[in-house]
Design a protein around this ligand. Structure first.
Ligand code: NOJ
Ligand code: CA
Length: 756
């Protein structure tokens, strides 16, 4: 990471704003202000006549956040709400460029002006508020220094507020302590409470707290076309925040997730809270381009990141999700106990997906088509009664079923240049998972697994804790840190939604923490045109795109339900959703029916040095163009290692595309091959048709490209013709303009390869 410049400066105090924390005229005792580097945003901090701290945010002279309270109520009955005086205000600024290990671009500019306000109350308790103002938004957090009358304290509630200027349109999911696996609702803020039950379908673990509760990242839009996004950054050792809307005051307040005893943060100074963030931009594309959340996280904590690499994978997975096969091995026992149940003596029920033959079939298909890895779920003992019993000791994460030959399958995968992705379903029993973690990660090291998909289905054990309470936030981070020690990349499902920690811990290559494709027919059309504005603001998502067969009865005879997207929509997701971990989630036999469309998934890269956001509107459409990072495209880390060893026999699909090499080309073909410049464009639509109009002006001057356009056919529609697509080829340059119809639930994808 390279710092290009840092400077300290004294900021000029902004004009006094004659409003109190309640938004009415009042008297300030102290005011400090900040402007963003380009001057478009202004933040001011004040104490009202009672010594209550508050802040406001303006953009080009118009209010974004009206004066809003800051502070805490504590479990001991006292509060950090008022009675403060300002000890000092220190100002600073930073303008640096850093290079992410993986990401949407090669380098990221981190440019802000900062004010650190130190407050002391009448009891001598010191609370600092650090504000960082970027061109596109504000971040602020609370800090509690060591020299403090406040050393140990328990939080009853954080009272940070966001007072809004109107009844904005919002894209929101219901507030919850346990899950984000919900569809988004688009409504006015005043409409949030109107449909509590309908926005909260069943989940294996869910705890609502108010009809006015919503989760972050929350995307809003004012009637004047300003896009406001509220989220948090760097959530560590603190509960995750929800928001509660106060209708009369048009104000959101933080609502933290309590622990089992109702405490919302057990603090020991010195300590800091996560950053609260407010983005305010005049164009939806700027929300997608913003790196506010990443920039508020600490730089990379790892010295050696050479073992971290992007992963395009398939999985013995969708067949279990759809009910075609099962995670479990036998139906002999109503209950199983690890170490007691003799699986070898049991009768297999014959539908165990993770069996040697089936896993080899996937390995063969994935290797042929240039993937880096395959996930195998249901490989380990315990799945017979894993769900619904709130059992503590469900899995040990090290004992395979009798028909899964772990050493042999890993050797087979490696011989084809693939890795197997490990699966650890903790069944939310976190004590048990931590107990086995060292052995589980060591087993992975022994057999050359370098990525794990973990999961937290069901209510948390220890009993009474929530998925988003402080002890669980600690657990998820512990798992990531321990994994890093073992050079393992982590993709956690059902864990807390990300807050940019992947900047610091780039082995966090994925997270679910939202409704992904596994929710099948429950997913609303347009869901994937909201997620980049919300869930993906904190980091990549393992959405598991690429489902070509929408009809579950075809994938898994006897099952019902139809997913509401077109094939072209699924292709577009590989570009519109950024993730260094991308899955081709459908079954090999489903891809075999559409090999011409599958070609795009084979060709697409998953890591980028440039991204251009061409069109965007939450819930309606997103069109993105991306340029791959050549250093990671050549092949997976495993393949590169084999290449160096002279043993290479597989080449990633994206490398074949870049070097224009035929199917089945091996790495030796790379020697002397010339890299073609390539770009990919993806579009996803919403519940209504949309014609995407854009040009290829992002391409360099003087080059021509072969464009392959995968689009919805004229009759395509998620309900009536979800598999109707067209594939056209033409030679283009940067002057080419497109007008591409995206069907209801539709999308498109374009691959562009330079003509040499
Ligand atoms: C829920 C995860 O999201 C899913 O991907 C996984 O297959 C199941 N849990 C079983 O672990
Ligand atoms: Ca899930």
């Amino acid at each position: 990471m390279k710092r290009t410049g840092i400077c300290k400066s004294i900021m000029v105090a902004a004009a006094v704003l004659l409003v109190s924390c309640e938004g009415k005229p009042g008297q300030y005792r102290e005011v400090s202000g900040l402007k963003s580097p380009d001057g478009s945003l202004a933040m001011s901090f004040a104490l009202d006549s009672k010594g209550a701290p508050c802040y406001r945010l303006d953009r080009l002279g118009e209010a974004v956040i009206l004066p809003s309270r800051l502070g805490f109520d504590l479990m001991d009955g006292s509060s950090l709400r008022e009675g403060f005086s300002v000890v000092k205000v220190e100002t600073d600024s930073l303008d640096e460029v850093w290079n992410p290990v993986w990401g949407e671009e090669e380098s990221i500019r981190n440019h802000y002006n900062e004010a650190l306000v130190t407050l002391r109350d009448s009891l001598g308790r010191v609370m600092k508020v650090r504000f960082r103002l970027f061109d596109e938004g504000l971040g602020f957090r609370y800090e509690f220094p060591m020299e403090n009358a406040l050393s140990y304290f328990d939080i009853k509630e954080e009272i940070t507020q966001f007072a809004l200027t109107g009844d904005h349109t919002a894209w929101w999911i219901s507030g919850d302590y346990d899950t984000q696996e919900y569809n988004y609702t688009r409504s006015r803020l005043s409409g949030i409470a109107g449909c509590y039950d309908s926005v909260r379908p069943y989940n294996a673990s869910q705890t609502g707290f108010s009809p006015w509760g919503v989760q972050t990242a929350l995307q809003m839009k004012t009637d004047d076309g300003l896009y406001i996004n509220i989220h948090e950054a760097a959530l560590l050792d603190y509960p995750a925040a929800n928001l509660i809307y106060d209708l009369p005051r048009k104000t959101f307040s933080i609502h933290l997730t309590p622990d089992a005893q109702g405490v919302k943060g057990r603090m020991q100074a010195p300590c800091v809270t996560p950053w609260r963030t407010v983005m305010a931009v005049d164009d939806a594309r700027k929300v997608l381009a913003s790196r506010l959340i990443l920039n508020l996280n600490e730089p990379c904590a790892l010295d050696d990141v050479s073992w971290i690499h992007p992963v395009k994978y398939m999985g013995v997975w969708w067949e279990m999700i759809t009910g075609k096969t099962h995670w479990s091995y036998t139906s002999d026992y109503p209950s199983v106990q690890l170490g007691v149940t003799d699986y070898a003596a049991s009768t297999p029920h014959g539908k165990h997906g993770a069996n040697n033959e089936n896993v080899r079939r996937y390995i063969d298909f994935a290797a042929e088509n240039g993937f880096d890895a395959i996930l195998v779920e249901g490989w380990n003992e315990g799945w017979e009664d894993w769900f619904g019993h709130r059992k503590d000791f469900v899995f040990d994460f090290i004992t395979p079923y009798p028909d899964f030959d772990l050493p042999a399958l890993n050797a087979y995968a490696h011989s084809k240049g693939l890795r197997i992705v490990m699966h650890h379903e903790s069944s939310s029993s976190t004590i048990n998972y931590e107990h086995w973690m060292e052995k589980a990660y060591s087993l992975m090291n022994e057999y050359g697994y370098d990525a794990v998909k973990s999961g937290y289905v069901g209510d948390i054990i220890p009993y009474g804790e929530y998925h988003y309470s402080q002890p669980l936030i600690r657990h998820y981070h512990y798992a990531v840190e321990e994994a890093a020690r073992h050079h393992i990349m982590v993709n956690a499902h059902e864990a807390v939604r990300p807050t940019g920690l992947c900047r610091t811990w780039p082995n966090m290559i994925g997270n679910e923490s939202a409704m992904g494709n596994e929710f099948r027919s429950d997913i609303n059309p347009g869901h994937t045109a909201i997620l980049p504005f919300t869930r993906l603001q904190g980091g990549p998502m393992d959405f598991t795109p690429g489902i070509f067969e929408q009809d579950m009865s075809i994938t898994a005879p006897g099952q019902t339900g139809k997913m509401r997207h077109t094939i072209a929509n699924q292709l577009g997701l590989y570009v519109t959703f950024y993730s260094p971990l991308q899955m081709a989630a459908d079954l090999p036999e489903n891809y075999a029916r559409f090999m011409d469309a599958f070609q795009f998934i084979k060709d697409v890269a998953v890591d980028w040095d440039r991204s251009e956001y061409l069109l965007a509107e939450p819930g309606s459409y997103i069109v993105t163009a991306r340029h791959p990072k050549l250093s990671t495209i050549n092949a997976s880390a495993e393949s590169l290692k084999q290449l160096a060893d002279g043993k290479k026999d597989v080449l990633s699909g994206a490398a074949r595309f870049v070097y224009d090499l035929p199917e089945g080309a091996t790495a030796s073909a790379l020697k002397g091959a010339k890299a073609h410049d390539v770009w990919y464009v993806g579009g996803v639509g919403g519940p209504e048709e949309y014609v995407a109009e854009f040009s290829l002006s992002f391409l360099p001057e003087g080059k021509t490209y072969e464009a392959t356009v995968y689009a919805d056919a004229p009759e395509a529609d998620y309900e009536t013709a979800p598999q109707a697509y067209t594939i056209t080829r033409e030679t283009v340059d940067r002057t080419r303009s497109y007008s591409i119809r995206m069907a209801r639930g539709g999308g498109f994808a374009i691959s562009l390869r330079e003509v040499l």
